[in-house]
Design a binder for this molecule. Sequence first.
Ligand SMILES: [Zn+2]
Length: 307
Amino acid sequence: MKTVSQLKSSKDCYSFNEQKRELVEAGKRNLTKLKPYWREFAYMKQHYVGSNFVTSPVKMPGFDYWETNRLDQVGRLTNDRVLFLTFDDWGSDESINKLLYVLKKHHVKATFFVLTENVDKNPNLLRAIAADGHEIASHSDSHVPLATSKKGAYHNLTAKETAAMRKDLAKSYQKLNKYVGDVQVGGKKALSLDFRPPTLEVSKKGLEAAFDVGFQYAVSGDVSTNDYEQTSFQKYLHDLKYGSGKDNNDYKVTNGSVIGHAHAGKRQVYRPGFGHYDSCLEKGGYSFARVDQYRAAYSRQRAKESN
Ligand SMILES: [Zn+2]
């Protein structure tokens, strides 16, 4: 017979990992140690997967015209016939378990960009996502965008805002590490060093901060399903196939598309359009992958492209 305290200290009793992992820390200098600046910029160019509506110095404050044109403005990871399903923010037992069920049924691995501020309330839900073989990545702790916007104009971060952001990002990673840092499925780690900018807005200071604290990739993406504001499932599928037609930059799903969904709370009604994904799979068209399976090849491709 063992006492409770003996059980608690035995190796059979699981407890969350309270040890800090040094891969992401507020005080880290992963980007700035690459000095001179052209090397830092080359790193950003190879590790930022952009989006089709963040395309000018106005939308990317701090970067000049030359730089903006060299940073990715498309948001696709590969030319292969592969799609990347990504799910942002956080959800409930019900919404996420439904989602996990459908993903499992179709043998699809996805990437979850987790907003960590509420994860402490339900860490086992995070472990359930990780245990199914999905990628767990960060979407910050409190959803502070990498660029501030005031009266419709975007601004670079101030020194104070940058310092706060660095702390927020480090906090987010440490929480993920605490709950799923140990999870591996099929020899693949659940937790990655990928990061999705909240609202997809970026500024120079904000993007630099994300890489500097230790994240390896900032991943926005070309297709936003706008699932939180869709009015019908038909409209949702239509937008995935043909683009929503909202503006010229609104892309439809194609090779290498990084498809964004919100999965938080109420914003889950039309998530996700699996009817569409099903038919793609049946046609032998697309396969699906986690972002972290393709981003190293993306970097190599970006490095080859001329300056
Ligand atoms: Zn978000």
